[in-house]
Each structure stands twice: as structure tokens, then as C-alpha cells.
Design a protein around this ligand. Structure first.
Ligand code: AMP
Ligand code: MG
Length: 347
């Protein structure tokens, strides 16, 4: 199939383009669209057959459920069997915005959305293009990240095109995503809310309004047996290269370690690269250096991370040594994605 690609202004998107996209959704097709987190691959979330096409296009395992995107809170009452106080608080404080809430689901949610679970994940994004598009669809839009399964999530329309061109009906190009990391996911179906995936709405922001919040073990462990967000058990965010996180007591020790590893790889004919920060890029003797941003600017690092992981693919690098950030505030989401990209390998 030919994939239609249409550019729109991020602040003032052309209504006729969004109407065309909404028609495709209502007819059972697939449309990739920008959000403030990453690009989503959307289908009519009440149409089980349309949602199955998402799994086919992405090569996504069928037990990995989809998030329903809405632009009106009225939908929550129809999709969720009950709305516990923690859910009310999150909606009140952080919606529209980059946080997904997991509720007990009603019968209108198809099995291909819930992946066989009795819960449903719902999000109300804040990006202008996404909001207007969703309003025109006038149904909840099921949308996982618009990448091939296992690849870094797309933060530009060109990333979606690279992975899914020919497999989906349309891509709305609304420019770069503001946050660049997927939404925070919070499960409110138990007595104590559980953080299933860290994101731009941080653990600290959640505990401030909710009190106690548990963190699902899959967030920081590669061998959590039954992660509550099924997607957390799959290898993710990985470029073709092997990613290795390098830790140390200070930046000097880290660069010494990385330079030694680079030298060894060089002797063995392995093409390696370094993923680092602006201030530290000069520390390395290597041709393949990419920067995530300034070392203290977690917003910039988050927004650039997936783009840089994809860049290593295009550079044909075999191995990437990667610097880390403290796992606090917005650094928590960055480290979660880095750990997963690295398959939890740290030296
Ligand atoms: P993606 O949008 O590609 O980041 O994928 C959606 C993420 O949300 C995956 O990690 C899913 O496992 C998770 N998710 C979706 N629905 C549910 C649910 N009902 N319960 C727990 N996690 C969910
Ligand atoms: Mg994804």
C-alpha cells in the first residue's frame, strides 16, 4: 500500500488534512500521528479488527496491549468500569498530558486492545495536532508507538516512514515530539497506585499528589517474571548495535573505562561508538560519538535519546558505550529506557 505523508503546522494544523486522517481511522485504517511523547500508530480503538492491523504493521506480540487516546474525558466513564480516587487525581492534575492511566475495563474495549487483560490503558495527550485529530476521529484511538516492534520509538515523522512506510495508510508529520520518551503509565486498579513505566510525569510528581506509589519491578529489572505492563518484558529501544551502559564514580573514571574498551574493540576490528553529553564528547578517542545534550538538561536528553539510538543504526556501528544520568526526577525515565536498550548490561 502507498503511505500518504502529510506535513502540518504543529501549532495550527490544516483541518482538511486532519479530517482526511480521521476518515481513514473511522474506515478501519491506520494513521501515525505526533503526540508530545512519541509518534503513535492509531486505529479505531472500538474496532477490534482495525486494532489487529496495528500488531501486523508493527510486528508487535499480540499479548502487548494498546493505549487508548482520547481528547474528551467523557470517554473515561465509558471505557473504565470504575474510576478510583487516584485516577480522578491524576486526570485532574496531569491531563491533558504525558501520563497514561490503567483502569478496569468495560465490555466496549476489544480484546485486541487489552491484550486479553481485564484492564484498559487511557491517555489524553496535550499535543495540538493530536488533540484536534482525536476530536475529529470522535472515537478512542488505540495507538502504541509508531515504530517496528523492538526499535526505538519514533520522535520524528521520518522515523515512522523508515519503519512503517508501505504498511500503513497515512503519516501526519507534525514535526519533532516535545518530550521524546513514552508516557508515564500508572495502574490505579489496586489499593496503592503502581508506576508501570516512568515518563515525563515523574515519580516525584505522582507521590506529591497521590501519597504512596509503588514502582513495578519490571521498571528496573530485566527478569521481572510478570510485569504489569506486558510491554516491559520485551527488548526495546534497541538499535542494531549492542548497547552497553558504563558507570563509574566520576566522569574521569567513566571516560578512562570507555577509552580502554574502545581501544580493545579497535584492535579486534569491532566498530564502536559512544553516546555521551555535550560537555564530555571531547573525552573520547573515537569517530562515532553522538551527544544526547547537556549533561544536566534531562529534558534535552530525553528529547534526543531515541533519535541518537536510531542514528547509530544508520552509522552501522556494532557496539555503543553509553554514559548514564542519575535515576531521579526526569532522569528515572531516561535510565529506564537506557537500561532496556542495553538489555540491563552495565560495566
Ligand atoms: P507503547 O504505546 O508502544 O509504549 O505501548 C503501550 C505500553 O502500555 C506497553 O508497555 C503496554 O504493555 C502498556 N499497556 C497498555 N495497556 C495496558 C494495560 N491494560 N495494563 C498494563 N499495561 C498496559
Ligand atoms: Mg512502543
Amino acid at each position: 500500500m502507498d503511505t500518504l505523508i502529510k506535513k502540518v503546522d504543529a501549532e495550527n494544523p490544516d483541518e482538511s488534512v486532519l479530517k482526511e486522517a480521521a476518515e481513514i481511522i473511522r474506515a478501519g485504517g491506520l494513521v501515525a500521528f505526533p503526540t508530545e511523547t512519541v509518534y503513535g500508530l492509531g486505529a479505531n480503538g472500538l474496532d477490534g479488527e482495525a486494532c489487529k492491523r496495528i500488531y501486523e504493521a508493527k510486528g508487535r506480540p499480540s499479548d502487548n496491549p494498546l493505549i487508548l487516546h482520547i481528547s474528551d474525558r467523557k470517554w473515561v466513564g465509558r471505557l473504565a468500569r470504575e474510576i478510583p480516587p487516584a485516577g480522578e487525581i491524576i486526570m485532574e492534575k496531569f491531563w491533558p498530558g504525558p501520563v497514561t492511566i490503567v483502569f478496569k475495563k468495560t465490555d466496549i474495549v476489544p480484546d485486541s486492545v487489552s491484550g486479553g487483560l481485564d484492564t484498559v490503558a487511557v491517555r489524553f495527550p496535550v499535543n495540538t495536532v493530536a488533540m484536534r485529530f482525536l476530536a475529529l476521529c470522535d472515537v478512542p484511538v488505540a495507538a502504541p508507538s509508531a515504530n517496528s516492534s523492538g526499535k526505538p520509538s519514533p520522535t520524528r515523522a521520518s522515523h515512522v516512514e523508515f519503519d512503517l512506510s508501505g504498511k500503513i495508510d497515512m503519516i501526519i508529520d507534525g514535526g519533532a515530539c516535545e518530550f521524546g520518551l513514552e508516557s508515564t503509565i500508572v495502574d490505579v486498579t489496586e489499593d496503592i497506585p503502581v508506576l508501570l513505566r516512568p515518563g515525563a510525569v515523574t515519580f516525584e510528581m505522582l507521590t506529591e499528589v497521590l501519597g504512596e506509589v509503588r514502582v513495578d519491578e519490571a521498571v528496573f529489572s530485566g527478569n521481572a517474571e510478570k510485569p504489569k505492563a506486558p510491554g516491559m518484558k520485551y527488548k526495546h529501544y534497541s538499535p542494531l548495535a549492542e548497547v552497553i551502559l558504563v558507570d563509574g564514580k566520576d566522569s574521569e573514571e567513566i571516560s578512562r573505562k570507555i577509552n580502554a574498551l574502545l581501544e580493545k574493540d579497535n584492535e579486534e576490528g569491532i566498530k564502536s561508538g559512544v553516546l555521551t553529553f555535550d560537555e564530555r564528547a571531547g573525552n573520547y578517542q573515537c569517530e562515532n560519538i553522538l551527544r544526547m545534550g547537556s549533561e544536566n538538561d534531562f529534558k534535552e536528553i530525553g528529547a534526543n535519546l531515541f533519535k541518537m539510538l536510531r542514528k547509530f543504526d544508520y552509522m552501522n556501528v556494532d557496539r555503543v558505550y553509553c554514559e548514564t544520568v542519575p535515576a531521579e526526577g526526569e532522569g528515572f525515565a531516561i535510565m529506564n529506557r537506557l537500561f532496556k536498550a542495553a538489555g540491563f548490561r552495565t560495566v
